[in-house]
Write a protein that binds this ligand. Sequence first.
Ligand code: HEC
Ligand code: HEC
Length: 395
Amino acid sequence: MLTLRRLRPAVLGSLLVLAAACGGGDVTGTAVIPTVPGIDTAGNRLVLAALDIDPTALPSYAMQVLPASYTPQVLQREDRGAAGNPITDAGATLGRVLFFDRRLSRNDSVSCASCHVQSLAFGDTARFSLGLDGVSRATAHSMRLANARFNQSGEYFWDRRAPSLQAQVIEPIQNAVEMGFDASHGGLTAAIAKVNAVPFYARLFTLAFGNAAVTQDRLQRALAQYVRSIVSVQSRWDVAVAASGGGAPFQQPMPGFTAEESRGQQLFLAPPQANGLGCAGCHVPPSFSLDANSRSNGLDAGETRIFRSPSLKAVGMGNRYMHDGRHATLEAVVEFYDAAVQPGPALDPRLANPNGTPRRLNLSAADKAAVVAFLKTLRDSAVVTDPRFRNPFRR
Ligand code: HEC
Ligand code: HEC
């Protein structure tokens, strides 16, 4: 019997004709018609010379195996970018190369990955990340991108100003401090021209979209596909959930957890009327993305802006916390929720007493430590080491 591998050239040959006959595949409306890339040995060689990527054997991104706790209802509620921009191996690969390419900044000094570091679940240790001039800093703390895919409101950035992930991913390129292609420096058109001038991109765009054209829409789709592929589903918590039956209600105690971690989970999950802290009312398992109706958590008195939180998966891996990175440790975060939530028009009622004053939790030292211990079970060493998300540039 012929193996699939041996069949391939023949299959490719006949499909090639088909692709040529219909002018290659591309995006029409919201649907992406899959394309069959031709054999382009010279293009493949250009890619291989610059990148740790073999165009004839791309890593798998399209086949995502999610735990059973990500039920169809969870995906419908949270996987909002899936419609119209499904992850393909070639699309996510192109997104990964763009994500690590410093040429996306005006002076070739920063890439997306400068501020979104894989070993930090794609966040930053700096309170405010350094921009392209090496001196100026971003105005907010860099957000962890692990599980950015799961988003109940569909809005991105701390202050929710981006209406979708695809809208978000081109903002940093056009930001004067971050990557520097603002309107006075040619805008996105100038960035696109730069990408166009790099020979290996012709092959990567062709693999992803059927021809070599570099367009805004394609940058958006490819970067969004790569970011959406970065899911965090292998934390100790995920392992324990799988071992305890695969979904809610989450067992108490959790298999493989210490008594302290199980106590922390109970405090995190249970609502106040069941002697819990109600954290999960806003940071919702299994993805720990923020409830779409969440208002602010009262960091500053009188605050009117309503902030969102990234998913808490892979939290506690060296980052700082909150939109301005004010908290350096998870202990400080728990202290804040215990005793320092501030009043203001944006404060969520779930963190307030019936008369509107901020709620005080009055946690014991042991319970504070338990909540921290539980948050640390969400750390995910798989996502921070996965070779599919790694810097592909050879130098
Ligand atoms: C100079 C640092 C810097 C660079 C470069 C940078 N980012 Fe960011 N990123 C940030 C900061 C800071 C935020 C939060 C900004 C805010 O909310 O105002 C952020 C937020 C995001 C978010 C929102 C996540 C969420 O859950 O809402 C995504 C997605 C993202 N960045 C992707 C990218 C991509 C893709 C690139 C490259 C095209 C990139 N970033 C380049 C610093 C950076
Ligand atoms: C009313 C909804 C709500 C509740 C309840 C809530 N949070 Fe939050 N949480 C938020 C919001 C909103 C942010 C982001 C705030 C910001 O940076 O402006 C946040 C941020 C965080 C962060 C930092 C995330 C990051 O990446 O910087 C952690 C950790 C956290 N919360 C843990 C908890 C814990 C533990 C509890 C329970 C004691 C809890 N939260 C209860 C809404 C909530």
